[in-house]
Write a protein that binds this ligand. Structure first.
Ligand code: GRF
Length: 211
């Protein structure tokens, strides 16, 4: 992993990758529209034809692109095509927002520090899937959300922002997920905002937020 990175201060081009409902995408889109984020969403990409997030994007007049995994012989070939779509639009930052497909190490390397993800737990606790359920099973008192840079090791990249929520004794997976999601919608746009303000500095595995 590169030791040092400083995010660019510029009007950025953003690609959102999603596979599902797209509520984080919508939160980022709102922040773009209100001028909070100095950037534009130039592509909403999905591996799922019927992802509701793609429909939301179309309704908002954004460019969408669906790439069918079945048409590719390997993950590498799929990701190479995805990378090409991203590159040809001059994308500065990829935001994974519920993109339910493991990215190849090559893709992660290619977009190192130019790709973020949102995860519904306080990493490095509970990486992977069904993490709200796991938080309940473990009886943790607090959980939350994490925005991090994406590296080849799933859910383990440098942490940009986190938000904490309490876990209540009568929580269900749904209730806890909803509480966390509310925080996701705050910290993801905020992380993207900081990125294009040139305020994120990576030193080793730590991300510093500059004044
Ligand atoms: C969120 O919980 C996010 O943390 C996880 O996938 C979910 C996506 O939700 N990575 P949405 O599609 O943004 O509504």
């Amino acid at each position: 992993m590169e030791e040092y990175f400083r995010s660019p201060k510029k009007r950025g081009k953003i690609a959102v990758f999603l596979s599902g409902r797209g509520s984080n995408f919508l939160a980022i889109h709102e922040a773009v529209k209100s001028g909070k984020i100095n950037g534009d969403i130039v592509l909403v990409f999905s591996n799922k034809k019927d992802a509701p997030g793609l429909q939301h994007a179309r309704e908002r007049g954004l460019e969408t692109f669906y790439l069918n995994p079945k048409n590719f012989p390997s993950r590498e070939a799929y990701d190479a095509q995805a990378a090409e779509e991203v590159q040809k639009r001059g994308v500065d930052l990829i935001c994974l927002a519920g993109y339910m497909r493991i990215l190849t190490p090559g893709f992660c390397q290619q977009f190192m520090y130019r790709m973020m993800n949102i995860h519904p737990a306080l990493l490095p606790a509970f990486p992977g899937l069904h993490v709200q359920k796991k938080a309940l099973e473990w009886g943790v008192r607090y959980s939350g959300a994490t925005v991090h840079f994406v590296t080849p090791e799933v859910d383990m990249g440098p942490i940009i922002l986190q938000a904490v929520v309490p876990v209540k004794q009568d929580d269900t997976e749904e209730k806890l997920s909803a509480r966390i999601l509310k925080e996701e919608h705050k910290i993801y746009p905020e992380a993207v905002r900081l990125y294009f303000e040139g305020k994120l500095e990576v030193r080793g595995r730590r991300v510093f937020i500059l004044d």
